[in-house]
Design a protein around this ligand. Structure first.
Ligand SMILES: Cc1ncc(COP(=O)(O)O)c(C=O)c1O
Length: 421
């Protein structure tokens, strides 16, 4: 069976021709540069994307597996973990941590570490309690590492139901999960209360701040958010924060931090049980790209605190305008009173329009791209600094489309996560 789209040539081709083909290959890709893609891409502007490109080029061949051979990668990683830790209260708590390849890997590591900590306590198949809104990566982790994931419901504001979480704890339970914020509704779970529950039962508590970790500190500083979520909350044992989301870094960099060095040690893999000598690694991969590490370092240095404050303010203002604007459109509502800059739009029960049909129309009229989610059917918007200029045109298109949608139904009811073939 043939899977390839393009032939592998017998003779190699000219580099500039190949690059032209690559540029042309993007023809059907979503055009995110104008802010019309409310998903998957975080943009702090063209200058930052150009910087990514340069930094990736400088480190395209080096291998992050061995920081003895490439000590600069070790130093860059150390800086990234240290800066993130400072933003999340780690200086106060003495946190320690690692870089990973992204949010999913940080969550995989959190679960693997919890499993190993549970086994060290004699629990063969540890149990983890998370809300139904916690990221899908927790389910992936549970499958990969053979832990039992118990998902409990959310309350009417889409935050974890604390009574159900408490009731789900049993003798095998090792860890609770809180999100700051959750992906589906952009709301922050009650981390202080979860911390108390964890302390009462001697459990670990991981805060998934993959989405909020690089934005919430600035929103808290500006007085826009006052929900405690970081490493200083009593009971929190670890936290994850993605640099490739609101850190505006190039893809492939997240940070996981632990308040307890003994816990962190479970993430370290060391062996000499083969013929290749001593082998150590702190992540899932062996060979690791160094480019994303360099690009993240360059981005954080380039933006600095002032840059992040400015981007956070722009993003906050854009998100509030969107939330207010959606609220004025008859037939729509925003779910759950979002705490940050991620929001979800559902149909108002009264009119019962199909929001997926709205998304189809928005794509046609303006090239808008929004993720689709279910339970209830809703459209998901991640607002970032690059979205700001698109807010007013989006609200105009949204109002027009909703006014004319009638009882149209969409045939596309799935979130589009594809395979390589
Ligand atoms: C709250 C949360 N956790 C984890 C992840 C997974 O991150 P990644 O896609 O970088 O693996 C996401 C992604 O959107 C997220 O929003």
């Amino acid at each position: 069976m043939r899977f390839a789209v393009t032939e592998l040539p017998e003779e190699g081709r000219n580099a500039s021709e190949v690059l032209e083909d690559l540029a042309a290959a993007k023809v059907d890709d979503r055009d995110w540069r104008g802010g019309r893609v409310f998903s998957l891409v975080y943009s702090a502007g063209d200058a930052v994307h150009d910087l990514h490109g340069e930094a990736l080029r400088l480190y395209s061949a080096e291998n992050g597996l061995n920081v003895l051979a490439f000590p600069s990668i070790g130093r860059l990683s150390h800086d990234l973990v240290g800066w993130t830790s400072s933003l999340l209260g780690g200086d106060e708590t003495g946190a320690t941590g690692y870089l990973t390849s992204g949010g999913t890997e940080s969550l995989l590591q959190a679960v693997k570490v919890a499993r190993d900590a549970g086994r060290a306590r004699g629990i063969n198949r540890p149990r983890i309690v998370a809300a139904r809104s916690a990221h899908a990566a927790f389910t992936k982790a549970a499958e990969l590492f053979d832990v039992e994931l118990v998902r409990v419901d959310v309350d009417d504001r889409f935050r974890i139901d604390l009574e159900q979480a408490a009731a789900a704890i049993d003798a095998s339970t090792i860890m609770l999960i809180g999100s700051a914020p959750s992906y589906p509704h952009g709301v922050i779970d009650p981390i202080s209360e979860l911390g108390q529950l964890a302390l009462d039962h001697g459990l670990l508590l991981h805060v998934d701040a993959c989405l909020g970790g690089l934005l919430l500190p600035w929103l808290v500083e500006a007085g826009h958010v006052n929900v405690p979520f970081d490493l200083t909350v009593p009971g929190v044992t670890s936290i994850s924060a993605d640099l490739h989301k609101y850190g505006y870094a190039s893809k492939g960099v997240s940070v996981i931090l632990y308040n307890d060095a003994d816990l962190a040690r479970h993430q370290l893999f060391v062996t000499s049980d083969w013929m290749g000598g001593f082998y150590a690694s702190t992540v899932m991969a062996g060979t690791r790209p160094a480019g994303p590490v360099a690009a993240a370092w360059a981005t954080m240095q380039h933006l600095g605190r002032t840059g992040y404050r400015r981007l956070a303010e722009e993003t906050w203002v854009a998100a509030r305008r969107l939330i207010d604007g959606v609220g004025t459109i008859d037939g729509l509502r925003v779910l759950g009173d979002p705490d940050m800059t991620v929001l979800t739009i559902a149909a108002d029960d009264g009119r019962g329009i199909d929001v997926f049909a709205v998304a189809d129309r928005l794509a046609e009229v303006g090239g808008w791209y929004l993720d689709r989610q279910t339970d209830p059917d809703a459209l998901h918007l991640t607002v970032h600094a690059g979205s700001a200029a698109a807010v007013e045109p989006f609200l105009e298109d949204l109002a027009t489309v909703v006014a004319g949608i009638g009882d149209e139904r969409s045939s596309d009811r799935s979130a589009p996560y594809a395979t390589d073939r």
